[in-house]
Design a protein around this ligand. Structure first.
Ligand SMILES: [Zn+2]
Length: 283
C-alpha cells in the first residue's frame, strides 16, 4: 500500500477548537469502544486516532486529535470523563481555542525501542548540500563516512535485538526497513551471476530525487554508504555497494548492486580451480 504514513505532530484549523487526548489503558479494544461512546456523547469529532504501545508492559495508549468546537468541553472535564472509563490508567489532554494543538505525548520519541530524532528529507539534503559547498569534492568522503557509520550503528542494533544468525538469514527483510524508515521504496532482486550478489531497487530515493532537478547531478553517496555499512555490519563480511543506475541521470529508479568482497575473491578462486581442471583434462 502506497499511502503516506504521516506522523501526527500537530493540527491547525483556524477558528476551530481542537484537542489532543492520550489515554493509557490496560485494555486496548474495550477502551476504544468506550472512548467511541464517550466521544459521541459529547459530540466531539475525531480527526485522527492511533494506538501506540505504552511504556508499561501490557498497556497501550490511544492518541486522538479531536475537533471540540461548540461542545463546551474543557480540558478538566475531558480528563475526568476519560479517566473514569474502565481500565484507563492515565490521561493527558491538550486543547486550544485558536485552532492549533500539538501532540501532547511529545518526548521521548522512539523507533524500534530506541530514542530517535526524525529529520525531514529536505533538511537532510540541505545538510549534504552545505557539506559540498564548504568541502567541495572532499564532501563525498565525509558524507560516505557519515552514511557508513549510521549503517553500522543500525546493524549493531539489529544484531543485539535479533542475533547474528537470524539477522543474516533475514537480511532481505531487514533491508526492507529502508522503506519503512522513509529512505525510498525498496525491493531486492537476487543476483544472476557470481559477482552480482543482489540488486537493490530504490524508487524515489530521497537523496537522488533532490539531485534530479539540479544542475550538479550527483549519484547517491549517503544511502550507498549506509547500505554498505548495514550489510557489512550484519553479515560481518566486507560488502561493496555500487549505484548502477540513478534517477539523477534520467533513470526511472535508482539501483544498487550489493556484492561481498569475500565472494569476489571466492569466485576468482573458483574460476582458477576450474581453469586448472580444464587444462588438466586436455592432457
Ligand atoms: Zn540515485
Amino acid at each position: 500500500m502506497r499511502y503516506p504514513r504521516e506522523l501526527d505532530l500537530w493540527r491547525y484549523a483556524p477558528g476551530r477548537s481542537l484537542a489532543h487526548v492520550a489515554v493509557q489503558t490496560t485494555s486496548a479494544g474495550q477502551c476504544m469502544a468506550n472512548l467511541g461512546k464517550s466521544l459521541s456523547k459529547i459530540h466531539a469529532n475525531v480527526i485522527s486516532a492511533s494506538m501506540l504501545p505504552a511504556g508499561t508492559a501490557g498497556e497501550v495508549s490511544w492518541s486522538l486529535f479531536l475537533d471540540i468546537t461548540g461542545t463546551g468541553q474543557t480540558v478538566k472535564a475531558m480528563r475526568e470523563r476519560f479517566l473514569a472509563l474502565p481500565g484507563v490508567t492515565a490521561v493527558s489532554v491538550a486543547a486550544s481555542e485558536d485552532g492549533l494543538v500539538v501532540h501532547s505525548q511529545r518526548f521521548p520519541l522512539q523507533l524500534g525501542g530506541r530514542r530517535a530524532v526524525i529529520i525531514k528529507a529536505d533538511a537532510l539534503n540541505d545538510m549534504l548540500d552545505r557539506l559540498t559547498e564548504v568541502f567541495g569534492s572532499g564532501a563525498a568522503v565525509i558524507v560516505d563516512q557519515m552514511g557508513e557509520a549510521m549503517g553500522r550503528s543500525a546493524a549493531r542494533y539489529v544484531l543485539k535485538e535479533l542475533g547474528k544468525k537470524f539477522s543474516s538469514d533475514h537480511l532481505e527483510a531487514l533491508i526492507g526497513t529502508y522503506g519503512s524508515l522513509g529512505y525510498a521504496a525498496v525491493e531486492l532482486e537476487p543476483g544472476k551471476s557470481v559477482d552480482l550478489h543482489v540488486v537493490l531497487h530504490a524508487k524515489e530515493l530521497f537523496e537522488c530525487e533532490a539531485n534530479a532537478g539540479r544542475r550538479v547531478r550527483r549519484r547517491s553517496v549517503f544511502f550507498r554508504a549506509h547500505v554498505r555499512g548495514f550489510v557489512t555490519g550484519v553479515l560481518g563480511l566486507e560488502a561493496e555497494v555500487e549505484e548502477v543506475q540513478c534517477i539523477a541521470e534520467g533513470a526511472d529508479e535508482c539501483a544498487f548492486r550489493i556484492a561481498l568482497k569475500e565472494d569476489a575473491v571466492a569466485s576468482v578462486l573458483v574460476e582458477a580451480v576450474s581453469r586448472r581442471r580444464d587444462s588438466q583434462s586436455t592432457f
